[in-house]
Design a protein around this ligand. Sequence first.
Ligand SMILES: Cc1cc2nc3c(=O)[nH]c(=O)nc-3n(C[C@H](O)[C@H](O)[C@H](O)COP(=O)(O)OP(=O)(O)OC[C@H]3O[C@@H](n4cnc5c(N)ncnc54)[C@H](O)[C@@H]3O)c2cc1C
Length: 362
Amino acid sequence: MRNVLISGAGVAGGTLAWFLAREGWAVTVVERAPAPRAGGQAIDVRGVALDVVDRLGLGDRMRAVRTRMRGMSMVDGDGQELFRSEDHTFSSGRLDSDDIELLRDDVVAMLLEASDVEYVFGDSITALTEEAHGVRVEFEHGGFRTFDLVIGADGLHSVVRRLAFGPEEEFTRHLGQYLAIFPAPNFLGLEDWQVWFRHENVGGAVYPVRDNTELRVTLGFGSDPLPRHDVEGQKRLIAERLGGLGWEVPKLLEAMAAADVFYFDAMAQVHLDRWSTGRIALVGDAGYCASALSGQGTSLALVGAYVLAQELGRASHEEAFAAYERRMRPFVALNQALATENPQGPASEESVERAKNAISLA
Ligand SMILES: Cc1cc2nc3c(=O)[nH]c(=O)nc-3n(C[C@H](O)[C@H](O)[C@H](O)COP(=O)(O)OP(=O)(O)OC[C@H]3O[C@@H](n4cnc5c(N)ncnc54)[C@H](O)[C@@H]3O)c2cc1C
């Protein structure tokens, strides 16, 4: 039986694990976090990615827990409403669309529960050596194992990419923004309504989830690349940049200080000339992160994992990696372009429609 190691138990890793196990591979997934990672915003499953979640058998469960926003308003730094909409929100686009907006935590939990493979939490790859018939992999917690293939599904800061392709700086393009995302109790009393706020180059969004019991808060600021910070340093940066704002921002900053679950990252894209080398390949953000600004990171991860597994079920790994790349390149290019099309907000509806369907799963 052919065996594969997937680094990263996120959307790309969980999806690939499911489809490769179905193709008869022995699958091991190594995840650096001690347990599936919580937190994050509502993310979107759109266009062709809807077929992928249906093929995973998870489409109906995902539709059942989708967000059900009535609309959104945009306010300025003092809380004055600038506009409101009951047709669309910035996070999900048109409210009458068939696309599914749901929490990232729910997607990952469903994927991990559905795939009957070996998950190793709390460890990470430290070295990869290509041998004649496999890849020798060393782990942070000691020991080594040999796999036929190794796939990096370990996100924007992929360790597989660094070890097999080179340093992160060579492949990442900073998009000039940083975002923090964290949950908080719904102290604003929002009911299925999003509020976005912006003042000069800082801003954010807040909306209720889980039957309006909880808020997901996004706070961000524009900046050139900054040195890495620990969580306390990241929270300090956000507090400094948004400290002068009115509206409910002071309360949101208090909630951030108390948040145990906290995600912070640069908005950045990953661009590589190739997504495989020998027996090692990349999928999802590790290979072609489009950034949260594209609204398509999750759909790219779902579709990329599906196409890669499909090609590995048809041919040798050399041919499969080449076919995966050939099919995915145009789809990735159109979706990455969504992040940069409109510096003031989301891409146009026409561009999203075109990009989300620009690949065939046949
Ligand atoms: C906690 C979290 C919250 C997020 N919130 C949002 C959001 O609100 N909005 C948005 O648009 N996108 C968000 N993202 C990114 C979004 O999930 C991805 O863009 C998209 O789903 C593509 O998925 P992916 O599987 O390629 O990458 P990811 O979802 O980033 O998954 C990568 C996985 O690899 C793991 N990993 C990282 N390094 C290693 C390592 N060395 N060894 C093993 N495992 C490793 C990570 O812990 C993670 O579980 C978030 C990601 C995370 C991890």
